[in-house]
Design a protein around this ligand. Structure first.
Ligand SMILES: Cc1cc2nc3c(=O)[nH]c(=O)nc-3n(C[C@H](O)[C@H](O)[C@H](O)COP(=O)(O)O)c2cc1C
Length: 161
């Protein structure tokens, strides 16, 4: 049995919606995913100025991570769907956390389809929040997040099960 931790930070809720899809994917693959949030670093005053809603009180704050995948929400197409994942690598390295890339193999059709706007890359699932945060993750983006969750679980099971 492998325990999967889905670790996230979400200021406005987009990433949290992707978290729920990743969890569904893990569960479809036969696993379980426990959701953790990282501690807030901003003051209540700053959060209020950014119109940030309260954090969920029922999701545990993470203490000791070891295996990670990444998924991303940006405002726009050039906002960092891939570069955010690259930037995350140094943080993972500094904390000694193993990175599991998503890859193309399990979602090639979804990732390369240009018939609709969608986030996501071989680095991990993704969504676009839009300039005002009003856009929500699409069915395609949630499908990719579910596939990533399932594949992450299988990788963890293979190496740590
Ligand atoms: C401090 C800050 C920096 C941001 N930088 C970028 C950015 O460089 N590129 C981009 O596309 N979106 C950027 N955004 C928009 C966020 O990606 C967007 O608010 C986020 O996807 C919303 O996710 P959430 O609802 O889970 O908090 C930024 C937002 C904040 C608050």
């Amino acid at each position: 049995m492998v325990k999967i931790a889905i670790v996230y930070y979400s200021m406005y809720g987009h990433i949290k919606t992707l978290v729920e899809a990743e969890k569904r994917g893990i569960e479809k693959a036969g696993g379980t995913g426990d959701v953790f949030q990282i501690p807030e670093t901003l003051s209540d005053e700053v959060l209020a100025k950014m119109s940030a809603p309260s954090k969920p009180a029922d999701i545990t704050v993470l203490e000791d991570p070891s295996l990670a995948g990444v998924f991303i929400s940006t405002a726009s197409l050039g906002g960092g769907q891939e570069s955010t994942a690259l930037a995350a690598m140094s943080t993972l390295a500094h904390h000694g956390i193993i990175y599991v890339p998503f890859g193309y193999a399990k979602a090639f059709a979804q990732l390369t389809d240009l018939s609709e706007v969608h986030g996501g890359s071989p680095w991990g699932a993704g969504t676009f929040a839009g300039p005002d945060g009003s856009r929500q993750p699409t069915a395609r983006e949630l499908e990719v997040a579910e596939i990533q969750g399932a594949e992450f679980y299988k990788t963890a099971l293979k190496h740590f099960g």
